[in-house]
Design a protein around this ligand. Sequence first.
Ligand code: FES
Length: 80
Amino acid sequence: MVRKIQVCMGSSCFARGNNKNLQIIVQYLKDNGIDANVELSGLRCCNLCSKGPNITIDGVEYDNIDSGTLIDILDKNFKG
Ligand code: FES
């Protein structure tokens, strides 16, 4: 089954961290050999800027992502 990660690329989320978070996700998928099984895409602003930066994994939304929590979230979803 193809998993799905969506990264908000709206200007607020992008400036507040998703520019770096996107790179971290790409690297994580490569390092763990799962890049072929995960569809990574960008989202436009979904009007949740105050909770950003936001990402969703298989439709589940995660807010206030920073580089530390991001790895934990990825581990939970892809190594658990
Ligand atoms: S920019 Fe991400 S929710 Fe608005």
